[in-house]
Design a protein around this ligand. Structure first.
Ligand code: F6R
Length: 607
């Protein structure tokens, strides 16, 4: 959450900073700001709301200088306002920050005792105030920044810029990611490599606790113990950082449409053509010895885990526990011998998921992660990281990452079943063939776009929507409801169909659309009974099923969306498409900000 950037350039940096911030806007868009040093003098511009407001401001009040830092904010402490916007400047120092300074109240109290005056409601201001105080005792900016860093608790990525120093940015990371980019006589700092990709393909990832003094021609890094260290310079693929909409109106619709292609790639990476053996990056995971799988994640990634529980239990007969990271980490559950702990995260930086992983480290037999960003903290701190190959996901609402997570988790469940001898070669071959066929089926699902758009038009008039599903369609119902509420702001709930009559059925009346996810599988008849209970109370049912299911049960329903028939194990991946498109078109019909819905940020690096 919050994106930070820094440039020590050879040209004017204001436009470069704004461009880089554009690529970080997915991390938050409550306010934006930049600071530069020009002829030795520090100055800044800040604006509330999206980056475009800062760009407009810079037209009227340009900011000169070849050295600068920038920030796009997701508000944690203090309302979105110009005053609370970063960079925070006190005297000769300006600071941009991603994360939370947890001991800021104590630091504020200490500063207040010294007569220091506060002008913002933020935790970050304490960082600038402390640094300025230390600069008065010792004018060396690096020492002042490092002294400040020693006082900070919590999770942060920080970049400091100093009055009178045109060739210096101090950068630090603890809990939040930070990358350094190497140019020719230029240096860059950014929350992720995507922000820096057009500037350079040579990246150094700072490690936990690292702090760096960066100049145009040098980087000096010290680790958490104060030892000077060398961190490798890695080459990133610039095409992996392409962030255009490819003709789509929104990133979300582009990312929904990309699913057949990226899932095909994910499958290819784990299932070489002609084989039925699932290949992991190494051979270190043998499920025959595993007694329990503990899966932990947040949000959409958590729903991917809930879905995978059905696969691991049914296919591999493996006991599975699934939890949201924010609950898991503080419950301090026992992690018994024989446990594999599996963490799923698109960004690989979600603070609660990372904390849960660290809780399991040293307790679980193995830490495995399923991530989209291979260089992320969660990937790096795992014994085995399984990339999902979804490519960069920009839309704040996760779509292609979800279905790629599902695909990788299904392949992992098949490997578990093979290792444990719980699947016959024929059944394995069936599953593998169905997996290889899923991209084509996803294309057929995408072909239903017009029908789904029409249904969404009607849904957009609802105040509340219910989603129902049984078996692995239950987590998908949860995901459908989450997608709808986060981008259309329509209140949506999901229930396991069988739970309906235990309470939620009281909500049903003629105003309540109920989306029923029901492929014609072994549980179909049960779900249809629950659907009848809804219709008997005048609820408006939108049935998503295959042709057989629609033929059997569409009498009296409000609307239907037809999916192709696929292997039962594959339905969660396929039915994700209509759930996503329904939310997308509803949001478009309502005119909300689809790619950047209010109050959200893509990378949740605070707990
Ligand atoms: C919803 C969504 C979020 C994320 C959650 C976890 O569309 O995107 O619920 O799934 O914040 O994020 P990651 O997967 O990055 O750990």
């Amino acid at each position: 959450m919050c994106g930070i950037v820094g440039v020590l350039g050879s040209h004017e940096v204001a436009p470069i900073l704004v461009e880089a911030l554009k690529r970080l806007e997915y991390r938050g868009y409550d306010s934006a700001g930049i600071a530069t040093v020009n002829n030795g003098a520090l100055d800044r511009r800040r604006a509330v709301g999206k980056l475009v407001n800062l760009s407009d401001l810079l037209v009227h009040e340009p900011l000169a200088g070849k050295s600068g830092i920038g920030h796009t904010r997701w508000a944690t402490h203090g309302a979105p306002s110009v005053n609370n916007a970063h960079p925070h400047r006190v005297g000769g120092v300006a600071v941009v920050h991603n994360g939370i300074i947890e001991n800021y109240r104590e630091l504020r109290a200490e500063l207040a005792e010294q007569g220091v005056h506060f002008t913002t409601d933020t935790d970050t201001e304490t960082v600038a105030l402390l640094t300025e105080l230390y600069l008065r005792e010792d004018p060396d900016p690096v020492r002042a920044a490092y002294r400040t860093l020693d006082r900070l608790q919590g999770a942060f990525a920080l970049a400091f810029l100093f009055d009178g120093h045109e060739d210096l940015i101090v950068a630090a990371r603890k809990g939040s990611p930070l990358a350094l980019g190497h140019g020719d006589g230029e240096m860059y700092v950014g929350s992720d490599a995507i922000a820096l990709a057009p500037l350079t393909d040579r990246i150094t990832y700072l490690e936990e606790g690292d702090r760096a003094a960066v100049t145009r021609n040098s980087v000096t890094i010290h680790d958490a113990q104060g030892q000077q260290v060398a961190r490798p310079v890695k080459r990133i693929r610039r095409d992996s950082a392409r962030v255009d909409k490819a003709g789509h109106k929104h990133f979300m619709s582009k990312e929904i449409a990309e699913q057949p292609e990226v899932i095909a790639e994910a499958i290819r990476r784990y299932l070489p053509s002609g084989e039925t053996t699932i290949r992991l990056p190494d051979d270190s995971l043998d499920f025959s010895k595993v007694q329990r799988l503990t899966m932990v994640a947040c949000g959409t990634a958590y729903y991917a885990c809930l879905t995978a529980k059905y696969w691991f239990e049914q296919l591999a007969r493996l006991p599975v526990e699934v939890d949201v990271a924010s609950e898991f980490r503080y419950r301090e559950p026992p992690v018994t011998d024989g446990t594999v702990a599996l963490f799923v995260s698109q960004s690989g930086e979600t603070a609660d998921t990372l904390a849960a992983l660290r809780y399991c480290a040293g307790k679980a037999d193995k830490i495995v992660s399923v991530v989209n960003v291979p260089e992320s903290s969660i990937a790096r701190e795992s014994d085995l990281a399984l990339p999902i190959h979804a490519g960069v996901e920009i839309g704040v609402a996760s779509t292609k990452a979800f279905t790629c997570q599902l695909s990788v988790l299904l392949m992992l469940a098949l490997k578990a079943a093979t290792d444990r001898g719980t699947i016959s070669p024929e059944a394995l071959a069936d599953h593998v063939a169905a997996l290889r066929g899923i991209p084509a089926m996803l294309n057929l699902a995408l072909d239903q776009d017009d029908t789904i758009r029409a249904a969404a038009q009607r849904l957009s008039e609802a105040r509340d929507v219910l989603f129902l599903g049984r078996g692995a369609m239950y987590p998908l119902a949860l995901e459908g409801a989450l997608k709808l509420k986060e981008i259309s702001y329509i209140h949506a709930e999901a229930y396991a169909s069988g739970e309906l009559k235990h309470g939620p059925i009281a909500l049903i009346d003629q105003h309540m659309p109920v989306v029923v996810l029901a492929p014609r599988d072994a549980l179909f008849d049960k779900t249809v009974s629950n659907m009848q209970e809804v219709m008997a109370r005048k609820g408006k049912v939108l049935l998503i099923s295959d042709q057989d299911g629609i033929d059997a049960a569409s009498d009296g329903v409000w609307d239907t969306i037809r999916m192709p028939r696929v292997h039962d194990a594959l339905t969660p991946i396929l039915y994700a498409v209509p759930a996503q498109l329904l939310a997308y078109h509803t949001a478009v019909a309502k005119g909300t900000d689809v790619d950047q819905p209010r109050n959200l940020a893509k990378s949740v690096t605070v707990e």
